[in-house]
Write a protein that binds this ligand. Structure first.
Ligand code: MLT
Length: 403
Protein backbone atom coordinates (compact mmCIF):
# COMPACT_ATOMS: atom_id res chain seq x y z
CA UNK A 1 0.00 0.00 0.00
CA UNK A 2 1.21 3.49 -0.84
CA UNK A 3 2.28 5.11 2.45
CA UNK A 4 1.18 8.50 1.08
CA UNK A 5 -2.43 7.41 1.46
CA UNK A 6 -2.08 6.61 5.18
CA UNK A 7 -2.48 8.97 8.16
CA UNK A 8 1.17 9.70 8.79
CA UNK A 9 0.49 10.73 12.37
CA UNK A 10 0.05 7.08 13.35
CA UNK A 11 3.75 6.63 12.63
CA UNK A 12 4.49 9.15 15.41
CA UNK A 13 2.94 6.91 18.08
CA UNK A 14 4.81 4.41 20.23
CA UNK A 15 4.55 1.09 18.43
CA UNK A 16 2.05 -0.47 20.84
CA UNK A 17 -0.52 0.88 23.27
CA UNK A 18 0.86 0.70 26.84
CA UNK A 19 -1.42 -2.07 28.11
CA UNK A 20 -1.00 -4.15 24.95
CA UNK A 21 2.77 -4.03 25.45
CA UNK A 22 2.36 -5.20 29.03
CA UNK A 23 -0.05 -7.98 28.03
CA UNK A 24 2.59 -9.21 25.54
CA UNK A 25 5.24 -9.28 28.28
CA UNK A 26 2.94 -11.25 30.60
CA UNK A 27 2.08 -13.76 27.86
CA UNK A 28 5.79 -14.31 27.16
CA UNK A 29 6.51 -14.80 30.89
CA UNK A 30 3.63 -17.30 31.23
CA UNK A 31 5.01 -19.30 28.36
CA UNK A 32 8.43 -19.44 30.04
CA UNK A 33 6.98 -20.18 33.52
CA UNK A 34 3.69 -22.05 33.16
CA UNK A 35 4.09 -23.30 36.76
CA UNK A 36 4.02 -19.85 38.41
CA UNK A 37 0.85 -18.08 39.52
CA UNK A 38 1.06 -14.56 38.12
CA UNK A 39 -0.66 -11.89 40.24
CA UNK A 40 -1.92 -9.07 38.04
CA UNK A 41 -1.97 -5.62 39.59
CA UNK A 42 -1.27 -3.97 36.25
CA UNK A 43 -4.17 -2.86 34.09
CA UNK A 44 -7.00 -1.33 36.09
CA UNK A 45 -9.51 -4.06 35.34
CA UNK A 46 -12.10 -5.06 37.92
CA UNK A 47 -12.29 -8.63 39.24
CA UNK A 48 -15.49 -8.70 41.33
CA UNK A 49 -18.73 -9.81 39.62
CA UNK A 50 -21.60 -7.48 38.79
CA UNK A 51 -23.79 -6.79 41.82
CA UNK A 52 -27.20 -8.56 42.16
CA UNK A 53 -29.25 -5.39 41.45
CA UNK A 54 -27.47 -5.03 38.11
CA UNK A 55 -27.77 -8.70 37.21
CA UNK A 56 -31.51 -8.71 38.02
CA UNK A 57 -32.07 -5.62 35.84
CA UNK A 58 -30.17 -7.26 32.98
CA UNK A 59 -32.24 -10.43 33.26
CA UNK A 60 -35.47 -8.43 33.18
CA UNK A 61 -34.24 -6.53 30.12
CA UNK A 62 -33.27 -9.76 28.36
CA UNK A 63 -36.82 -11.07 28.96
CA UNK A 64 -38.23 -7.87 27.47
CA UNK A 65 -36.22 -8.52 24.32
CA UNK A 66 -37.91 -11.94 24.03
CA UNK A 67 -41.44 -10.73 23.25
CA UNK A 68 -42.64 -8.59 20.36
CA UNK A 69 -44.43 -6.08 22.62
CA UNK A 70 -41.36 -5.11 24.60
CA UNK A 71 -38.60 -5.87 22.10
CA UNK A 72 -36.33 -2.89 21.21
CA UNK A 73 -34.34 -2.26 18.08
CA UNK A 74 -32.13 0.81 17.64
CA UNK A 75 -32.31 3.07 20.64
CA UNK A 76 -31.56 6.80 20.82
CA UNK A 77 -27.85 7.30 20.04
CA UNK A 78 -27.42 9.55 23.08
CA UNK A 79 -29.02 7.06 25.47
CA UNK A 80 -32.50 6.13 26.67
CA UNK A 81 -34.32 8.79 28.72
CA UNK A 82 -34.64 6.42 31.70
CA UNK A 83 -30.85 6.22 32.05
CA UNK A 84 -30.15 9.88 31.33
CA UNK A 85 -32.75 10.83 33.94
CA UNK A 86 -31.30 8.38 36.45
CA UNK A 87 -27.82 9.86 35.89
CA UNK A 88 -29.06 13.46 36.18
CA UNK A 89 -30.79 12.63 39.46
CA UNK A 90 -28.34 10.14 40.99
CA UNK A 91 -25.08 11.69 39.92
CA UNK A 92 -25.87 15.41 39.84
CA UNK A 93 -29.12 16.46 41.60
CA UNK A 94 -27.95 14.33 44.54
CA UNK A 95 -24.96 16.74 44.80
CA UNK A 96 -27.08 19.84 44.17
CA UNK A 97 -25.68 20.17 40.67
CA UNK A 98 -28.16 21.11 37.98
CA UNK A 99 -27.44 18.93 34.95
CA UNK A 100 -30.38 17.99 32.71
CA UNK A 101 -30.76 14.70 30.79
CA UNK A 102 -30.21 16.58 27.47
CA UNK A 103 -26.71 17.45 28.62
CA UNK A 104 -25.86 13.76 29.20
CA UNK A 105 -24.66 11.44 26.41
CA UNK A 106 -24.56 7.73 27.20
CA UNK A 107 -21.80 5.77 25.47
CA UNK A 108 -20.00 2.45 25.53
CA UNK A 109 -16.97 3.75 27.40
CA UNK A 110 -15.08 6.79 28.62
CA UNK A 111 -11.96 5.62 26.80
CA UNK A 112 -13.78 6.07 23.47
CA UNK A 113 -15.32 9.38 24.52
CA UNK A 114 -12.09 10.96 25.76
CA UNK A 115 -10.36 9.72 22.61
CA UNK A 116 -13.12 10.95 20.27
CA UNK A 117 -13.91 14.34 21.80
CA UNK A 118 -10.79 15.92 20.30
CA UNK A 119 -12.23 15.60 16.80
CA UNK A 120 -14.65 18.45 17.62
CA UNK A 121 -11.67 20.81 17.80
CA UNK A 122 -9.39 22.33 15.22
CA UNK A 123 -6.14 20.45 14.47
CA UNK A 124 -4.28 23.65 15.44
CA UNK A 125 -5.54 23.72 19.05
CA UNK A 126 -2.76 23.48 21.58
CA UNK A 127 -3.35 20.68 24.06
CA UNK A 128 -2.20 20.47 27.69
CA UNK A 129 -1.99 17.14 29.48
CA UNK A 130 -0.80 16.21 32.96
CA UNK A 131 2.53 14.40 33.11
CA UNK A 132 2.19 11.51 33.95
CA UNK A 133 -1.09 10.87 32.13
CA UNK A 134 -3.59 8.22 31.02
CA UNK A 135 -2.10 7.57 27.54
CA UNK A 136 -5.39 7.88 25.61
CA UNK A 137 -5.51 11.70 25.98
CA UNK A 138 -2.14 12.03 24.32
CA UNK A 139 -2.30 9.23 21.76
CA UNK A 140 -5.67 10.39 20.38
CA UNK A 141 -4.20 13.85 19.79
CA UNK A 142 -1.09 12.36 18.19
CA UNK A 143 -3.34 10.42 15.79
CA UNK A 144 -5.17 13.65 14.93
CA UNK A 145 -1.92 15.46 14.14
CA UNK A 146 -2.24 17.92 17.01
CA UNK A 147 0.78 16.81 19.04
CA UNK A 148 3.65 17.74 16.72
CA UNK A 149 6.79 15.65 16.44
CA UNK A 150 8.13 13.17 19.02
CA UNK A 151 11.16 14.51 20.92
CA UNK A 152 14.11 12.57 22.29
CA UNK A 153 12.78 12.75 25.85
CA UNK A 154 9.51 11.02 24.92
CA UNK A 155 7.49 14.22 24.76
CA UNK A 156 5.81 15.77 21.68
CA UNK A 157 6.78 19.18 20.37
CA UNK A 158 3.34 20.86 20.39
CA UNK A 159 1.96 19.37 23.62
CA UNK A 160 1.98 21.26 26.91
CA UNK A 161 2.97 19.00 29.79
CA UNK A 162 1.62 19.92 33.22
CA UNK A 163 3.94 18.38 35.79
CA UNK A 164 2.08 16.48 38.50
CA UNK A 165 4.42 15.09 41.08
CA UNK A 166 5.32 15.07 44.73
CA UNK A 167 7.06 18.46 44.27
CA UNK A 168 3.78 20.25 43.59
CA UNK A 169 1.55 17.93 45.61
CA UNK A 170 0.23 16.52 42.30
CA UNK A 171 -1.53 19.85 41.61
CA UNK A 172 -0.73 21.10 38.08
CA UNK A 173 -0.02 24.72 37.28
CA UNK A 174 -2.10 26.36 34.53
CA UNK A 175 -0.56 25.84 31.06
CA UNK A 176 0.46 28.75 28.74
CA UNK A 177 -2.38 31.06 27.68
CA UNK A 178 -2.62 29.91 24.05
CA UNK A 179 -3.66 26.43 25.25
CA UNK A 180 -7.14 25.46 24.03
CA UNK A 181 -7.70 21.98 25.50
CA UNK A 182 -6.78 21.05 29.06
CA UNK A 183 -7.10 17.39 30.07
CA UNK A 184 -7.56 16.65 33.77
CA UNK A 185 -8.29 13.43 35.64
CA UNK A 186 -9.30 13.34 39.29
CA UNK A 187 -9.07 11.02 41.16
CA UNK A 188 -6.08 10.54 38.98
CA UNK A 189 -5.01 7.71 36.81
CA UNK A 190 -2.12 6.85 37.19
CA UNK A 191 -1.04 8.63 40.40
CA UNK A 192 -4.14 7.86 42.50
CA UNK A 193 -4.09 11.41 43.87
CA UNK A 194 -6.89 13.99 43.82
CA UNK A 195 -7.06 17.59 42.64
CA UNK A 196 -8.00 19.99 45.40
CA UNK A 197 -10.91 22.42 45.22
CA UNK A 198 -8.38 25.29 45.13
CA UNK A 199 -6.56 23.79 42.12
CA UNK A 200 -9.80 23.21 40.26
CA UNK A 201 -11.09 26.71 41.05
CA UNK A 202 -7.86 28.16 39.71
CA UNK A 203 -7.94 26.05 36.53
CA UNK A 204 -11.63 26.71 35.85
CA UNK A 205 -11.17 30.48 36.25
CA UNK A 206 -8.08 30.34 34.05
CA UNK A 207 -9.78 28.26 31.34
CA UNK A 208 -12.53 30.87 31.12
CA UNK A 209 -10.00 33.66 30.94
CA UNK A 210 -8.02 32.09 28.08
CA UNK A 211 -11.09 30.54 26.36
CA UNK A 212 -9.89 26.99 26.85
CA UNK A 213 -12.00 23.86 27.32
CA UNK A 214 -11.30 21.52 30.25
CA UNK A 215 -11.81 17.83 29.50
CA UNK A 216 -12.39 16.40 32.97
CA UNK A 217 -12.16 12.64 33.43
CA UNK A 218 -14.08 11.64 36.57
CA UNK A 219 -14.03 7.88 35.97
CA UNK A 220 -12.84 7.22 39.53
CA UNK A 221 -15.07 9.70 41.38
CA UNK A 222 -16.86 6.96 43.32
CA UNK A 223 -13.59 6.00 44.99
CA UNK A 224 -13.40 9.30 46.87
CA UNK A 225 -13.73 8.60 50.59
CA UNK A 226 -14.10 12.20 51.73
CA UNK A 227 -17.30 14.04 50.84
CA UNK A 228 -15.53 17.39 51.03
CA UNK A 229 -13.39 16.50 48.00
CA UNK A 230 -14.60 17.38 44.50
CA UNK A 231 -16.51 14.56 42.77
CA UNK A 232 -17.64 16.55 39.73
CA UNK A 233 -16.04 19.55 38.04
CA UNK A 234 -19.50 21.16 38.05
CA UNK A 235 -19.15 21.67 41.80
CA UNK A 236 -16.78 24.48 40.79
CA UNK A 237 -18.49 27.78 39.89
CA UNK A 238 -18.13 28.60 36.20
CA UNK A 239 -17.24 25.04 35.15
CA UNK A 240 -20.40 24.62 33.09
CA UNK A 241 -19.10 27.32 30.77
CA UNK A 242 -15.80 25.61 30.07
CA UNK A 243 -15.74 21.93 31.08
CA UNK A 244 -16.82 18.62 29.62
CA UNK A 245 -17.02 15.75 32.12
CA UNK A 246 -16.52 12.03 31.49
CA UNK A 247 -17.89 9.31 33.76
CA UNK A 248 -17.81 5.58 33.47
CA UNK A 249 -19.63 2.61 35.00
CA UNK A 250 -16.47 0.53 34.46
CA UNK A 251 -14.84 1.20 37.79
CA UNK A 252 -17.90 2.39 39.73
CA UNK A 253 -20.02 -0.69 38.96
CA UNK A 254 -17.68 -3.27 37.43
CA UNK A 255 -18.74 -2.63 33.80
CA UNK A 256 -15.30 -3.00 32.15
CA UNK A 257 -16.65 -5.97 30.18
CA UNK A 258 -20.24 -4.73 29.96
CA UNK A 259 -19.40 -1.26 28.56
CA UNK A 260 -21.32 1.82 29.60
CA UNK A 261 -20.28 5.40 30.36
CA UNK A 262 -21.52 8.94 29.89
CA UNK A 263 -20.22 12.34 28.89
CA UNK A 264 -21.70 15.64 30.03
CA UNK A 265 -21.64 18.74 27.82
CA UNK A 266 -23.61 21.54 29.48
CA UNK A 267 -26.05 23.83 27.66
CA UNK A 268 -23.66 26.68 28.46
CA UNK A 269 -21.41 25.10 25.78
CA UNK A 270 -24.25 24.68 23.32
CA UNK A 271 -22.21 24.67 20.10
CA UNK A 272 -20.05 21.87 21.45
CA UNK A 273 -23.08 19.98 22.79
CA UNK A 274 -24.74 20.11 19.39
CA UNK A 275 -21.55 19.05 17.63
CA UNK A 276 -21.19 16.04 19.93
CA UNK A 277 -24.83 15.14 19.34
CA UNK A 278 -24.20 15.38 15.59
CA UNK A 279 -21.09 13.24 15.92
CA UNK A 280 -22.72 10.59 18.05
CA UNK A 281 -25.84 10.34 15.89
CA UNK A 282 -23.61 9.86 12.84
CA UNK A 283 -20.89 7.60 14.18
CA UNK A 284 -22.51 5.71 17.07
CA UNK A 285 -25.64 3.61 17.38
CA UNK A 286 -26.07 3.74 21.12
CA UNK A 287 -25.49 1.32 23.98
CA UNK A 288 -27.67 -1.79 24.08
CA UNK A 289 -30.99 -1.57 25.94
CA UNK A 290 -29.96 -4.43 28.23
CA UNK A 291 -26.77 -2.64 29.27
CA UNK A 292 -28.55 0.68 29.83
CA UNK A 293 -31.11 -1.03 32.08
CA UNK A 294 -28.17 -2.54 33.98
CA UNK A 295 -26.56 0.90 34.33
CA UNK A 296 -29.80 2.50 35.54
CA UNK A 297 -30.00 -0.16 38.27
CA UNK A 298 -26.74 1.20 39.71
CA UNK A 299 -28.76 4.23 40.90
CA UNK A 300 -31.43 2.16 42.71
CA UNK A 301 -31.02 2.05 46.52
CA UNK A 302 -29.86 -1.61 46.38
CA UNK A 303 -27.60 -0.88 43.41
CA UNK A 304 -25.97 1.98 45.29
CA UNK A 305 -25.53 -0.07 48.46
CA UNK A 306 -24.12 -3.08 46.62
CA UNK A 307 -21.72 -1.17 44.34
CA UNK A 308 -20.45 0.87 47.28
CA UNK A 309 -19.66 -2.36 49.14
CA UNK A 310 -17.60 -3.57 46.17
CA UNK A 311 -15.74 -0.25 46.00
CA UNK A 312 -15.03 -0.51 49.75
CA UNK A 313 -13.49 -3.94 49.20
CA UNK A 314 -11.22 -2.58 46.45
CA UNK A 315 -10.25 0.29 48.72
CA UNK A 316 -9.34 -2.27 51.42
CA UNK A 317 -6.92 -3.68 48.85
CA UNK A 318 -5.57 -0.17 48.27
CA UNK A 319 -4.93 0.12 52.03
CA UNK A 320 -3.20 -3.29 52.01
CA UNK A 321 -0.90 -2.18 49.19
CA UNK A 322 -0.16 1.21 50.72
CA UNK A 323 0.61 -0.09 54.18
CA UNK A 324 2.48 -3.15 52.85
CA UNK A 325 4.84 -0.96 50.82
CA UNK A 326 5.20 1.62 53.58
CA UNK A 327 6.12 -1.11 56.06
CA UNK A 328 8.95 -2.06 53.71
CA UNK A 329 10.14 1.55 53.87
CA UNK A 330 8.84 2.63 50.45
CA UNK A 331 7.33 5.99 49.56
CA UNK A 332 3.85 5.74 48.08
CA UNK A 333 1.24 8.20 46.88
CA UNK A 334 -2.44 7.86 46.06
CA UNK A 335 -4.61 4.91 47.01
CA UNK A 336 -6.66 6.88 49.56
CA UNK A 337 -9.37 8.17 47.22
CA UNK A 338 -8.51 6.11 44.16
CA UNK A 339 -7.83 2.48 43.25
CA UNK A 340 -4.24 3.22 42.17
CA UNK A 341 -1.08 3.34 44.27
CA UNK A 342 1.84 5.31 42.87
CA UNK A 343 5.01 3.74 44.19
CA UNK A 344 8.20 5.79 44.13
CA UNK A 345 11.02 3.44 43.18
CA UNK A 346 14.42 3.70 44.83
CA UNK A 347 16.41 6.28 42.91
CA UNK A 348 18.08 5.25 39.68
CA UNK A 349 15.72 2.35 38.96
CA UNK A 350 13.97 2.61 35.60
CA UNK A 351 10.33 1.66 35.79
CA UNK A 352 10.35 -0.78 32.84
CA UNK A 353 13.43 -2.53 34.33
CA UNK A 354 11.57 -2.77 37.61
CA UNK A 355 8.55 -4.24 35.81
CA UNK A 356 10.76 -7.03 34.45
CA UNK A 357 12.40 -7.60 37.82
CA UNK A 358 9.09 -7.78 39.70
CA UNK A 359 7.63 -10.17 37.17
CA UNK A 360 10.73 -12.32 37.15
CA UNK A 361 11.31 -12.50 40.93
CA UNK A 362 7.75 -12.27 42.29
CA UNK A 363 5.45 -13.10 39.36
CA UNK A 364 3.65 -9.83 40.18
CA UNK A 365 2.53 -7.46 37.43
CA UNK A 366 2.27 -3.70 37.83
CA UNK A 367 2.48 -0.83 35.36
CA UNK A 368 5.77 1.02 34.77
CA UNK A 369 5.34 4.72 35.49
CA UNK A 370 7.19 5.80 32.35
CA UNK A 371 4.40 4.17 30.32
CA UNK A 372 2.32 7.16 31.43
CA UNK A 373 4.86 9.72 30.20
CA UNK A 374 8.32 10.98 31.08
CA UNK A 375 7.02 12.35 34.39
CA UNK A 376 6.19 8.79 35.44
CA UNK A 377 9.77 7.55 35.22
CA UNK A 378 10.97 6.28 38.59
CA UNK A 379 7.43 5.30 39.62
CA UNK A 380 5.39 2.13 39.44
CA UNK A 381 1.59 1.84 39.51
CA UNK A 382 -0.24 -0.94 41.35
CA UNK A 383 -3.99 -1.37 41.13
CA UNK A 384 -6.36 -2.23 43.94
CA UNK A 385 -8.77 -4.11 41.66
CA UNK A 386 -7.32 -7.53 42.44
CA UNK A 387 -8.64 -10.26 44.66
CA UNK A 388 -7.90 -9.51 48.38
CA UNK A 389 -6.03 -12.78 49.01
CA UNK A 390 -3.88 -12.43 45.92
CA UNK A 391 -3.23 -8.77 46.70
CA UNK A 392 -1.93 -9.75 50.15
CA UNK A 393 0.15 -12.51 48.57
CA UNK A 394 1.62 -10.01 46.09
CA UNK A 395 2.66 -7.76 48.96
CA UNK A 396 4.19 -10.72 50.79
CA UNK A 397 6.26 -11.54 47.69
CA UNK A 398 7.27 -7.90 47.24
CA UNK A 399 8.30 -7.65 50.90
CA UNK A 400 10.42 -10.80 50.54
CA UNK A 401 12.08 -9.37 47.40
CA UNK A 402 12.83 -5.92 48.80
CA UNK A 403 13.92 -7.05 52.29
C1 MLT B 1 -5.82 1.57 33.39
O1 MLT B 1 -5.31 0.55 33.81
O2 MLT B 1 -5.23 2.64 33.32
C2 MLT B 1 -7.26 1.50 32.97
O3 MLT B 1 -7.68 0.21 32.79
C3 MLT B 1 -7.46 2.33 31.81
C4 MLT B 1 -8.82 2.28 31.25
O4 MLT B 1 -9.80 2.35 31.97
O5 MLT B 1 -8.89 2.22 30.01
Amino acid sequence: MDSEMLNRHYSLLPETYLFSRIAQKIAAYRERHPEREVIRLGIGDVTRPLVPAVIEAMHRAVDEMATADTFRGYGPEQGYDFLREAIAAGEYAARNIDISPEEIFVSDGSKCDVANIQELFSPDCRVAIPDPVYPVYLDSNVMAGRAGEPLADGRYSRVRYMACGADNGFQPEPPPPDTRLIYLCSPNNPTGTVLTRATLEKLVAYAQEIHAVILFDAAYADYIRDDALIHSIYEIPGAKKCAVEFHSFSKSAGFTGVRCAFTVIPREMETLRRMWLRRQTTKFNGVSYIVQRAAAAVYSPEGRRQTRAVIRSYMDNAATIRSGLQQCGHTVFGGEHAPYIWWQLPSGIKSFDFFDRLLDKCAVVGTPGSGFGPGGEGFFRLTAFGDPGRTREALRRIAAMTE
